[in-house]
Write a protein that binds this ligand. Sequence first.
Ligand code: SAM
Length: 276
Amino acid sequence: MENERLQPGLYIVATPIGNLGDITLRASEVLARCDAIACEDSRVTAGLLRHLGISKPLWRYDDHSSDADRERILGEMAHKAVALVSDAGTPLVSDPGYRLVRAARDAAIPITSLPGPSAAIVALTLSGLPSDRFMFAGFLPPKDNARKKALCDVGEVPATLIFYETAPRLLKSLEAIEDVLPGREVAVARELTKFYEECRSGSPSTLIEHYAVHPPKGEIVLLIGPPNADFMKSVDIDALLQEALADNKPSQAAALVARATGHNRKALYARALELK
Ligand code: SAM
């Protein structure tokens, strides 16, 4: 069975995000039986294959690969089974593959996708934040203004927000959340499935205090709980703003109401100017 060849086509294969024990039986079987593997970094994929005792031709592929490279891989899929993997987790989720899958669909090449680990879902399930509705929003932009704008853009979505993050940028992102969405519950899920796995939740300010003293290391998923819909329905935002405006400038009033309600500070500032 292990040596039987697979039907030609594209096999999207999720791989572990840290703990190699998380490779699925089907992923191992497809990697063992395919003809070639398209991968991001052949050194990383070679490490996984060594662990599995598999040796296969590795083709470097990412979404910046040339059209000619993509065409060549598509041509091979007409008569070969090609597995697509990324360095870790599910291909296409903040990882290469979208263009290849789209092109394969256009060319009517058979495609299947094998479910497996993805840091976003592991973090969501661990965070204790509402999981009935969530929005995965990739990485926040690295520049301060763009990061705040991105948070403003999605801040009012009634869902748990999930971002991929890097350790050097975590504090800046928490500060931006404190600034733009101050009343919200946040979770930081770090080193998932690995020895130092942790998930810490709280207000942006308590997490800033913690990570300022304990600089984070490793891989991180950052989650923001949804706006509190029941609370938001029951509060009279205008009344809160008017009360705050009695003793404060519009910007301070907006910040106070944002902290109390988790509402978007920019939107509150605009409303405070109208009310003044
Ligand atoms: N495709 C992958 C997936 O399905 O999870 C994600 C690839 S993306 C380029 C890499 C980012 O995923 C990291 O910067 C981090 O935000 C997150 N990540 C990956 N592995 C992780 C882990 N073990 N713990 C926490 N976050 C992780």
